[in-house]
Design a protein around this ligand. Structure first.
Ligand SMILES: Nc1ncnc2c1ncn2[C@@H]1O[C@H](COP(=O)(O)OP(=O)(O)OP(=O)(O)O)[C@@H](O)[C@H]1O
Ligand SMILES: [Mg+2]
Length: 511
């Protein structure tokens, strides 16, 4: 008995091919195929807009469209419908490219294998629905994670104010401003103050982490002199080390190149690592900060002569709230957030962190920061389906005097492939692309770009939609029409470049 009924739109301009495919499918035993066919792309788009199809079988060469464009136009407007591309022998490379872009499968025409055809149809539908389910689950997970971060941030914020007030009143009493105290009372109030400070520290760490996880950490990466930053840090931290008679050694080579980093983050990372080294290393131990140049990175080692960390815990300690059980050792008190925050900050600054440790001898935490290289061009990818706009932006960038490497595309789908290879520092993205929704491209680019730290600047003529895209993950927005200097200002801020202005060319050579 035939059970399921599957609606198929067959887009094919060769009547013989249509008859052949229909014949094959109508004689399938356990599935009931309902096949509509059209021979042009415009007819296919109108059909899909009005009727429902579980799957589209799409010939790429049609009277009104050819090749990649045929697929992109259907997929761009109806991404929720699985598409099987029909190709000829020899077009397999193109077909597999389309599978990468979102087609569910491809079939080579004229091979007459009915089993393979039915199999491809069923699997295309199943795969597509599995993909849709996992995308929805991912979206839900992302929303839940965002809600969690927001909740944590709001609750922490709300606790901070009353806590500060409690602390103020307790210190008023402790300082005997409101009357004399006996020794016992002083001790009680000292304990209350210590715990207020501990709680304040915990809350500010939780807030830091929530901000980083929500992508809201404010980073200003600039050219930074690591040598003087470390010397200042050593001077500030030496008195803390003296409380445990520890020695703090700084070992920096001459002519260390400048780093490209956010100075506040580096301070925070060092405070966490040296703070741990000081806390876990017994009295009279040695803490050492060493730096060296390693290719295009600067490596900073923070070494101690403490108890060491068991091998099987080395990975885990970078997770939130993980503390290795060491009841008898020094420094067991803490929140377990320090290393998680340090790791996130190192990664946001374009580096990585690792640890090496030997039980009974000590630990060495190492992190890297990129060398500041002013000669390196910043890579920019322009994505806009209006060719005139793309050319205008290219022209502004060319005459800006900034050192840039620029690529552009009129297609949102192409932009995903180009971005994967080009790894741009900045993507200038039009919100209203013809073939696929700008939000969809933004979401995919955002996922890709997080891996290589790209920024996304959204341009749009629709001013109202701009506030929403910031929520969706854009780093900056710019309303059209804009002046060349408006655009350059945004680029300069996003890429941390020196101020440059646009000089109107007197004549454009060769154009
Ligand atoms: N230098 C070190 N020597 C030995 N153990 C360490 C060292 N640094 C970290 N650890 C281990 O890793 C755990 C996690 O460190 P992390 O800095 O995240 O948390 P914490 O120091 O316990 O608390 P917090 O930094 O939030 O106040 C520590 O509790 C400790 O067990
Ligand atoms: Mg710590």
């Amino acid at each position: 008995m035939k059970s399921k009924r599957i609606n198929i739109l067959l887009v094919e301009d060769n009547p013989d091919e249509v008859v052949l495919i229909k014949e094959q499918l109508l004689h399938t035993k356990d599935t009931n195929f309902n096949i509509a066919s059209v021979g042009r792309l415009d007819a296919a788009l109108s059909w899909l807009a009005e009727s429902q199809a579980e799957v589209v079988m799409l010939d790429l060469i049609l009277p009104d469209s050819r090749g990649l464009e045929t697929f992109r136009k259907v997929y761009g407007r109806f991404p929720e419908i699985p598409i099987i591309v029909l190709t000829c022998v020899g077009d397999e490379a193109l077909a597999s490219q389309l599978v990468k872009e979102g087609a569910q499968d491809y079939l080579i025409k004229g091979q007459g294998d009915i089993g393979a055809l039915v199999h491809a149809l069923r699997y295309a539908i199943e795969r597509h629905s599995a993909k849709k389910n996992s995308q929805e689950a991912l979206k839900r997970l992302r929303e839940l994670n965002e809600t969690k971060s927001q909740f944590v941030a709001e609750v922490s914020h709300e606790i901070r104010t009353p806590l500060a007030i409690i602390r103020e009143f307790v210190s008023l009493v402790r300082d005997e401003t409101v009357g004399p105290l006996n020794e016992k009372q002083c001790k009680c109030l000292d304990a209350a103050l210590r715990n207020c400070d501990k709680l304040t520290d915990l809350i500010s760490r939780i807030l830091d982490l929530a901000r980083i996880e929500a992508g809201k950490a404010e980073l200003h990466r600039t050219k930074a002199d690591l040598t003087s930053l470390l010397m200042q840090f050593r001077n500030d931290f030496t008195p803390v080390c003296q409380t445990k008679k520890q020695t703090l050694v700084l070992d920096v080579p001459d002519n260390l190149p400048m780093a490209h980093c956010d100075v506040t983050s580096v301070h925070n990372i060092l405070t966490n690592l040296i703070g741990n080294a000081h806390k876990f290393t017994p009295e009279k131990g040695t803490l050492r900060i060493r730096t060296k140049e390693e290719g295009r990175f600067l490596r900073i080692d923070v070494e101690d002569t403490g108890p060491g960390i068991p091998r099987d815990s080395l990975e885990k300690i970078f997770e939130a709230f993980v503390q290795i059980d060491r009841k008898d050792g020094p420094g067991t008190k803490g929140t377990g957030l320090g290393l998680k925050i340090a790791k996130s900050l190192v990664e946001l600054n374009g580096g990585c962190i690792s640890v090496d440790s030997t039980i009974g001898k000590g630990s060495c935490f190492s992190f890297t920061l990129p060398v500041y290289d002013k000669e390196l061009p910043s890579r920019i990818l322009i994505v806009d389906d209006e060719e005139l706009v793309v050319r205008m932006i290219e022209k502004v960038l060319r005459y800006s005097d900034l050192k840039l490497e620029v690529k552009s595309t009129l297609s949102g789908l192409d932009s995903l492939i180009i971005a994967g290879e080009f790894k741009p520092n900045l993507i200038i993205l039009d919100m209203h692309l013809a073939e696929v929704g700008g939000e969809q491209v933004l979401l995919s680019l955002r996922q890709q770009s997080r891996q290589h730290n790209s920024k996304v600047l959204i341009i749009s003529g629709d001013v109202h939609s701009l506030t929403e895209v910031v929520r969706d993950g854009a780093d900056e927005v710019l309303a059209k029409p804009f002046t060349p200097n408006d655009l350059l200002d945004k680029i300069r801020i996003l890429l941390n470049l020196e101020p440059k202005t646009y000089l109107e060319p007197i004549e454009e050579k060769g154009r």
